[in-house]
Design a binder for this molecule. Structure first.
Ligand code: NAD
Length: 274
């Protein structure tokens, strides 16, 4: 806190990649990091208009300079190329890595197409391995780095009809713990250290869960579908908003979070307390 106004300037000028940030939780995290003063690289699929709109949203929150990196996260070579471009863009390597991109397909195990299994594991789990492998050595060299992996309550407990999704989310919880241990002693309290954590949301209001809301409308309204969804598992009976998940992600990047590592933090209205 060298700022005479006592504003927390710790995240100013840091560089961040948020995967899957053309929509939903990722866009909210990218926006919140920009608002905290970081320079943000966004990634994700979408039309040119959606990408331009996401860049404009993130730019408006911060100091500008937001760039979109369009790698399809199912493709390890595309991720490697993106990480090489990012190393140049960030002058040696990003400070903050948020693995947020995720996809879902809810059907019973025996009906799950093999191609869906492969895509969900690739986007929700393997992409985080590839980005962390590329980004973490430079973090260690600087003594500051943050990896925030957006897992899910489904990284802590299972639900039926979600075999690849639950497998990918349990996987990213394990991956994060290993990386947290390997990098735990790097850096210092002053530099901020290197931490790796998972955020484990319950239901969050984003396009990802619309098919599951629709499946529960039973001829009624969307609100009926939302109520039915929440009543099944989320005791607060309230959805989270993307900005609320983003606030926790930004906190994990701050200096005072230097000793929170290897954690999987539920934001689930009591779902996993049951
Ligand atoms: P969303 O559908 O709004 O956004 C997903 C993002 O991932 C988009 O930007 C999309 O373009 C990107 N993406 C998808 N496939 C990609 C690919 N092959 N390559 C690159 N980018 C790709 O979803 P969301 O709800 O914001 O989900 C974000 C994360 O939060 C996911 O990991 C999801 O599993 C997790 N999550 C969501 C909820 C929820 O209730 N919405 C709950 C728990 C966890």
């Amino acid at each position: 806190m060298n700022d005479p106004t006592h504003r927390d300037t710790f995240l100013q000028g840091r560089t961040a990649l948020v995967t899957g940030s053309t929509s939903g939780i990722g866009l909210a995290i990218a926006t919140a990091l920009a608002a905290a003063g970081s320079k943000v690289a966004i990634n994700g699929l979408g039309t040119p208009e959606q990408v331009a709109s996401a860049i404009a949203t993130v730019d408006a929150a911060g100091n500008g300079g937001t760039r979109h990196f369009g790698a399809d996260l199912r493709d390890a070579d595309a991720i490697a190329a993106m990480m090489a471009d990012l190393a140049a863009w960030s002058n040696g390597g990003i400070d903050i890595l948020v693995n947020n991109a995720g996809i879902q397909h809810a059907v019973p195990l025996h009906e799950m197409p093999v191609s869906r299994w492969n895509d969900i594991i690739a986007v929700n789990l393997s992409s985080a391995f590839h980005t962390m492998r590329a980004a973490m050595p430079a973090m260690a060299a600087r003594g500051y780095g943050r990896v925030v992996n957006i897992a899910s309550v489904h990284g802590l407990v299972a639900s039926k009809d979600k075999a690849p999704y639950v497998a990918s989310k349990f996987g990213i919880v394990g991956l994060s713990k290993v990386a947290a241990l390997e990098y735990a002693a790097q850096g210092s309290r002053d530099s901020g250290g290197i931490t790796v954590n998972c955020v484990c949301p319950g239901w969050v209001e984003t396009p990802l869960i619309e098919p599951q809301i629709e499946a529960r409308m039973a001829g009624g309204s969307r609100d009926d579908g939302v109520r039915a969804l929440l009543a099944e598992k989320q005791p607060s009976l309230r959805m989270s908003l993307p900005a609320e998940i983003a606030a926790l992600a930004v906190f994990l990047c701050r200096r005072e979070a230097h000793n929170i590592t290897g954690a999987s933090l539920p934001v689930d209205g009591g779902w996993t307390a049951q």
